[in-house]
Structure formats: structure tokens, C-alpha cells
Design a protein around this ligand. Structure first.
Ligand SMILES: [Zn+2]
Length: 410
């Protein structure tokens, strides 16, 4: 009897406590992950169960918003930032409903949003794919929603502007204005995967590894200066030349720089050179080099993007004079700055029909960093300090290029 009374009291106490506490949210968001994709970004929420959600876009500033019903999100501590999302904040809505606001560093739209039930050891996941878009595509999609909801009215509100919001991500994030927007540089580490490029004769150095190491080095240096930088590849994979151009166009690159290292029969040949596109090569050597570099696509089992020579010629002629002038301007700065750091070949700025430079709308330059067939240059290119020296020179040239009055004005 005594035991029974005791138990009854305990049960009463538990009931009292439970009713006096606010109801706990039904879905726990355990983690949020942001990853880059070639055409945009993927956002993944890890959850203990399914959730009713809605995703939509807002403007001024550009945001992608995820509304989540009845959710506990308080333990999230990830740094939410990628090539599309500059900052993430989380806010409370009514009851246990939450809102995740992702500020966008560029125009993007929602490509897909979907739930994945638990599988292969993972719990519930909500996946949202953002795809980079034009300004007008973004504007057309504002207010459109992608959702799995409970017929709840989630009309977008501006209430996150009022208090109660807390913010993740870097506070030093600069606002991007039209007059002083961040410039986008796409770096293209030449070759990759089944295409090793030139091979050093002394240390069996592969061009594809040197170009990738240089790409990463230069990316770091440019990011530290505030540029938005993308690599056409960040690992050892084969990418056709046309695809590399497309990547630059998709990222709306302000400047494209393809990185290479050459080799020659003459093992004494040394020096760095800079190439821009031309339908007529500046000399036989340049023509032969362009032919070697363009072979990457033949190694890949396809010809130049499936284009006939005629189509390629048309593409070249379409390449606006303006783009070529800009490419030449950057090439000039690049030669100047490189000259302060390393040995150059004679007539350092050369012209040839490189397939990878044929985007009609993106100023593009191809840098041959030196000769892997020369003992000294091969050894140099294998060291990080040498690559850092090249990267710093290239970054100075990029600064000068974007500060050039003609370039800075548009
Ligand atoms: Zn190459």
C-alpha cells in the first residue's frame, strides 16, 4: 500500500512536470551541411525524423529560405558557407516552427528539394539543391515554393528582419554591391585523370599534378585578396576542354586562367610564357603547343567537343573583339608581374588556337609555367615555395587587371 501511494505520487509529479513544460519539438535537426557542386550548391539537413518544410527565395538581399515545422534546431553549430551561400541564420517562427535563412552571394534558384528516408546507416535527410542562375531567372522564381507541407500557410514574410535572429558564418562578410562587386576568377588546372599532360624526364613529374597544385595555391592567394575563385577541377579527374569553358561560363567568370607546364625535346629549353587566343598562331612553336594541349580531348576519346573545323572557326570569330582585348590586357599585366619573379621565354605573350580559351564571353589566358623537360624547372615546379612565388605574381597581375580603368568600369 505504501509503495502504491509512493508510485502514484511519482506519476502525478511526472504528469505535472510534463504539462508545465513547453511541448518538445518533434523533429531534431542534428546537423546542416553545405557542399559545392559544379553548377551550384547542395544543402543537407540531418534529422531524426521526417519534417514538413517549405523552401523559397526572397530578394534584397538575395536569400533562400527553408521553413521547418515543429523542429528543434538549437544544437546546430556548423559554419554554413559555400560558393552560393555567404551566410546562414536561424530564427524562431511561431511555436516550434523554425526558419533557416541562407544569404546568397550570387543569383541562384532552387533546382530540387526532397526528403530521403533513413538508409545505409543515415537518418532522415532533407536535401536542397541550389543552382546558379541569371538575375532574371532568380527574379522569376521569387516567392515560388518547393515544399512538402501540411497545407499550412507559409506566406513569405519579412519578419526575420526584426529581432530574435542569430547568425552563423563569418562576420567579416562584405556586402557585395554592384559598383564594387567581388570578381570571379575561374582557374583551370590543365589535364587530369587519364590525361597526364607533359611528363618530366627527370623526376617523372606529371603536368596534371603540377597544374592542380598550382591551381590550389593560386586559389588560396586570390581568396585571401577577396576574389571569388573556382577551380574547373580540384582532384585528379579528366574534364574535356569544352566542359572547362562551360564551367567558366556557368560561374560567370570575369577571368579564366588555364594552367599548364610544357615539355620540349631540347632539355635546355626554359621559361614561362603566356598565351591568348588567336586564329593564327604567333609562330610555329606556339601552333605546335596549341596542338599538343588540344590533344587532351582526343585522349579523352572525343574530338574538340564534337565540333567540325568550320564550327570551331565560327566560334573563334564569334569571340568578341572586346573579350580578346581584355584577354590581351590581362596577359600584358601577367607578363609584367611574372618578369619580376621568374625567367620568361622571349616574346612571352604569344597567340595560338587553344581550344580551352575559346569562350566568346570570358577573357581567358593560358599560362605555361615552365618546362618539365628541364631539370631545374621541373624541380622548381615541384616545390610549393616556387608555386607560391608564381601565384603571388599572377595575383598581382589580376589586381592590376581589375583595377585597370577600362576593366573596373564594367
Ligand atoms: Zn598542358
Amino acid at each position: 500500500m505504501k509503495l502504491f501511494r509512493c508510485l502514484a505520487l511519482i506519476i502525478l509529479a511526472i504528469l505535472f512536470c510534463a504539462t508545465s513544460l513547453p511541448a518538445t519539438a518533434s523533429t531534431l535537426i542534428k546537423d546542416m551541411r553545405l557542399g559545392n557542386q559544379a553548377d551550384g550548391a547542395r544543402v543537407v539537413l540531418d534529422m531524426n525524423k521526417s519534417v514538413n518544410y517549405r523552401v523559397f527565395l526572397l530578394n534584397d538581399p538575395k536569400r533562400a529560405v527553408i521553413d521547418l515545422d515543429d523542429t528543434d534546431i538549437n544544437s546546430l553549430q556548423t559554419k554554413f558557407k559555400n560558393q552560393v551561400v555567404s551566410k546562414t541564420r536561424i530564427g524562431k517562427m511561431s511555436g516550434n516552427d523554425k526558419r533557416i535563412v541562407m544569404e546568397l552571394s550570387r543569383a541562384a534558384t532552387v533546382k530540387k528539394a526532397f526528403l530521403i528516408p533513413p538508409q545505409s546507416g543515415q537518418g532522415w535527410r532533407l536535401v536542397i539543391d541550389l543552382v546558379m542562375s541569371t538575375e532574371s531567372q532568380f527574379k522569376n522564381k521569387i516567392g515560388n515554393s518547393y515544399a512538402l507541407t501540411n497545407n499550412k500557410n507559409f506566406a513569405p514574410t519579412e519578419e526575420e528582419k526584426s529581432g530574435g535572429w542569430f547568425s552563423f558564418g563569418s562576420s567579416e562578410e562584405e556586402s557585395v554591391t554592384k559598383t564594387n562587386r567581388k570578381r570571379i576568377v575561374v582557374l583551370d588546372p590543365g589535364h587530369g585523370g587519364k590525361d597526364p599532360g607533359a611528363i618530366g624526364v627527370y623526376g617523372k613529374t606529371y603536368e596534371k599534378n603540377v597544374t592542380l597544385a598550382m591551381g590550389k595555391e593560386l586559389k588560396q592567394v586570390l581568396q585571401n585578396k577577396g576574389y571569388i575563385v573556382y577551380l574547373t577541377r580540384d582532384r585528379d579527374i579528366f574534364i574535356p576542354l569544352r566542359q572547362r569553358i562551360k564551367i567558366a561560363q556557368n560561374y560567370k567568370a570575369d577571368l579564366f586562367m588555364s594552367l599548364h607546364a610544357d615539355s620540349a625535346q631540347n632539355r635546355n629549353a626554359t621559361g614561362l610564357s603566356v598565351y591568348t587566343l588567336s586564329d593564327t598562331a604567333s609562330d610555329k612553336e606556339a601552333a605546335a603547343l596549341a596542338e599538343r594541349e588540344n590533344k587532351a580531348d582526343i585522349i579523352g576519346g572525343i574530338d574538340l567537343g564534337g565540333n567540325t573545323k568550320e564550327v570551331n572557326d565560327i566560334l573563334i570569330s564569334l569571340s568578341q573583339t572586346d573579350t580578346r582585348n581584355k584577354s590581351s590586357k590581362y596577359a600584358t599585366y601577367l607578363v609584367q608581374e611574372m618578369a619580376r619573379s621568374v625567367k620568361l621565354v622571349k616574346n612571352t605573350h604569344r597567340f595560338a588556337g587553344f581550344a580551352v580559351l575559346k569562350a566568346p564571353d570570358v577573357p581567358a589566358v593560358l599560362l605555361e609555367m615552365g618546362y618539365l623537360s628541364n631539370r631545374t624547372e621541373e624541380a622548381n615546379l615541384k616545390t610549393q615555395s616556387y608555386r607560391r612565388k608564381l601565384a603571388e605574381a599572377a595575383a598581382r597581375a589580376i589586381d592590376k587587371y581589375f583595377q585597370d580603368p577600362e576593366i573596373a568600369s564594367n
